[in-house]
Every structure is written in structure tokens, then in C-alpha cells.
Write a protein that binds this ligand. Sequence first.
Ligand SMILES: Cc1cc2nc3c(=O)[nH]c(=O)nc-3n(C[C@H](O)[C@H](O)[C@H](O)COP(=O)(O)OP(=O)(O)OC[C@H]3O[C@@H](n4cnc5c(N)ncnc54)[C@H](O)[C@@H]3O)c2cc1C
Length: 391
Amino acid sequence: MIGAAESADDCDVLVVGTGPAGSALARRLSASGQRVLMLERSPPVAARRREPAWRIGESLPGAASVLLRRQGLWDRFLADGHVPRQASVSVWDTPQPAWTDALRDPNGPGWHLDRLRFDQMLRDAAADSGAQRAEVTGAIQIERAGAHWWVGDTGTGRRYRAPILVDATGRHAAVCRRIGLKREAADRLVAVHLLLPPTQEEDRCTRLCADAQGWWYSVRIPSGRRVLCFHMDADEPLLRTLRDAQALLTQARSHSLLRDVLPLTGAGEGEGAGEGEGVRLQPAGTAALDLRECEAVPGFYAVGDTVLAFDPVASQGLFHALACAESAALAISRELAGETAARRDYFAEMMQVQTHYRRRLAEVYARPVRFRGEGFWDRHRQATGSAPRRQ
Ligand SMILES: Cc1cc2nc3c(=O)[nH]c(=O)nc-3n(C[C@H](O)[C@H](O)[C@H](O)COP(=O)(O)OP(=O)(O)OC[C@H]3O[C@@H](n4cnc5c(N)ncnc54)[C@H](O)[C@@H]3O)c2cc1C
């Protein structure tokens, strides 16, 4: 039993995971006087040797400015060189490109981020507010004893104790899995992506394109390089082919919307290529925590992707991470002050987020009617509940 040992690092809130949601939560809580300890996983030795030069997930909607201001991070964010987005152009509902701009959005078009810098800024901001950090090098052991959570790290042998425990480990949902909470994956969407070497073009639009087997997007990030990403189902036979960078690029170039901005060759190879090259594959589908079950676990919260991992077509994951960190910070402070309704309010809000998201996602996948009968689209219409009912 972890809690049987005499000594432990004590705090009010233990946050496991230091992505945007965990960092934003830690900043808010420590700024309001709570003692917060953030547990971050140390990368495996092999991964440390080849530090990732970029991270996918670079589009931040303009509405996030409100949250960044409330966190007191607006000037810091502006100084970090993220690039304002321009219009979006998509081939989605019909084969003709449709342009969307943010002229009528009071928050503006948003940004294309240097994602690693953005995540680091939030991590540093949490530390500046007084949140402590500790590295986890082994497996985590978790148990609840009395009014406290105990977390043990088998790597360092250290133990941590707090009345409140938060899972902010993103899609891994590492703490939820460890304590047996259910998280349901709605589909088998994966993202196959590539960072292209810098090119001469200066296009700042988001380009989105549906095709029979899935959908593409491409944006130029602040380094001047371009992200190319295809979303498809994990069991699609084409996946094997598209794990080759040149094959992915060639397939993307079959769409004129993408061809306009993509180079002919040079995907991840040769001059101009740097770290982070090669096709990467990662899960990208909707996955949602069972919130009723979670609410029933005393002193336990989840934030960000752990609560709801968005399909990237929504481009809302980062906004959600910041917004739900704010809501969780409020609920946790209330709970620590003895307000019993605090957890109920938080989980009810997250339930609404999940419901609203599912409705919007169903609309998005229903729209390219020209792909009715294609496996990818039929499966996603089925999964989102937007498939036409059989008579
Ligand atoms: C292909 C793709 C494209 C995307 N594009 C966009 C986009 O354009 N715009 C957008 O807003 N969102 C996008 N997203 C989603 C966005 O990246 C996530 O919503 C966001 O990162 C969620 O933040 P988080 O803090 O919840 O989780 P994460 O950012 O995943 O952070 C989780 C943290 O927990 C750590 N961790 C994991 N396991 C453990 C453990 N056992 N112990 C300790 N720490 C652990 C991880 O190392 C990480 O630091 C995209 C996602 C995908 C897959």
C-alpha cells in the first residue's frame, strides 16, 4: 500500500500531465493560493536523444484570446511569434472550393502556432505562479486512502499526497485507466502527418479537403514549414502506402487545392529537411470519458483531451483544454472550500460540452453527400449518428 509509508510530498492538488490543460489548470489554481504539484512524465531515453522539433495541433481559434487574457498571458503569447491565420478554404460540401473568413468574428481569425513554444509557455507560466513540478520516471501507482489520494512513482520511489487528483494526461488518460474509469473511443480515426521543408510560398490559409478515404489539411507554421495531414481510418489498406512520405505527398497533390501549395518532392528528405521529419501516425478520433462514473470518484477530476478528445476537424482541442482548465480550477477551489455542489457543476458543464460537440461533428460528417456509399464516410456518419435512417 502506497499510503502506508510515513513520508510523502503533500499538496492541495496533484495534476498528472503538463500539456496545455494541466499547465493552464495549475496556473489558475496556484495563482489563487492552492499548493499545486504537477507530475510530468520523463521521456524515454531514446526519445530524449531525438527531441521532437515540432508537434501537430497548430490552429488556435481567435476566441482563445479571451482565455489567454484571463490567464494574464496575452502579452507573452503575442511575443512568441505565432502567426495570425487568414481565411480557410475547403473542398468539403461540394467539389468547389469554399472560402470562409473571420470578418464578422469579433475575436478574429486566430493563429497558426509554434506548438512546442505554446505548450512550453503554459508550462513556464504555471511554474511562475508557484506550481511545483516533479518528474515521473516509472509507472505510477494510485490509491485513495481516507480523504487523500496517494500517487507513487515506481521509478524514483517518491510518493505524493493530496485531497484532489487531476488527470491531465491527454488521450492517454493514464490516471483514469489506472483507477478503472471508462473512456469510449467513438471511431478509429488516425492522423498521418508530415512536416515539409521550407518553401517559397507564403500562403497563410487553412486548406481542408475531403476525399473518398478521409480528409486532408495543410497549413504553414511560423517556422515557414508546412504541415500536411491526412485523416483516415486505422484499418484502411491505403494507410500502409501513405506511411511513405513521398507517397503521402503524391496522393495529396492529386487535389488541386493542396497541389497549389505543396512541393512536388522533397518530403522530409534532403536539403532543408531538419528534425521531426518522416511520416508520423497518431490516433485522432473522438474519445470521451464516462463523466457520470468520473463524478462519483471522490476528489478526482479530469481535464482537456482526457475528458473529451476532439476529432481534429473541429480544431477545438486547445480551446477546450484552456476553457475546461478554467472551469476545473473554479470547481476545485470551491470543493476545497467545502462546497459540495462544485463537482456536480463541473461535470454537468463537461456533459454539455460533449453533447454540443457530438451534434456539431455529426453535421460536419454529414455534409459531403457526394461520398455517400464510401466506407470512411458511412462509418463516420454511423459513428456520429448522422447516417440516414433505414426505411
Ligand atoms: C492530428 C491532430 C491535429 C490536431 N490539431 C489541432 C488543432 O489544429 N487545433 C487544436 O486546437 N487542437 C488540435 N488537436 C488537439 C490538441 O492537440 C489537443 O486537444 C491538446 O493537446 C489537448 O491538451 P491536453 O493538455 O489535454 O493533452 P496533451 O497536450 O496530450 O498533454 C498531455 C500531457 O500529459 C503527459 N502524460 C501522458 N501520460 C502521462 C503519464 N502517465 N504521466 C505523466 N504525464 C503523462 C504527456 O506527456 C503530455 O505532456 C489536434 C490533435 C491531433 C491528434
